[in-house]
Unconditional design. Sequence first.
Length: 137
Amino acid sequence: MKRVRRSTFFEKAILIVGLGIALLGFFLFTTHPEVVIEQWQLIIIVLVWLMLLTLIILMAIGEDIKEEISEIIKEELEQLHVLKGIAHDQLTEIRLLNELTIADKKNLPPGTLHKVARFKKRQRESEEMQERILGKK
């Protein structure tokens, strides 16, 4: 289901400023024909007015794109977390299968190798801790 997006203050401000520029420009072009403006000045005024409108439109588009990209990034991060969990599950399963095949080759009950490895790791850690304690004194 698509979530309805709320307008930000920046978008509302762009809308108000853009409408103001458009209406003011149109009002000035249509209501003051008695003002004598040279042809080049009129062309420059119209082009600057159109550039302002284009700038306002581009700002609104940029803001919309920024928000869409942030939503896409959030969705991609969620998918990456799911994929990371799947990869972790597969790694655990591969380790278990590897342990079962080694245990089967050595005719040991499953889980024995894992318990031995844990015991050796704890023994190494305790030896390192004793060395650190004795080395400090």
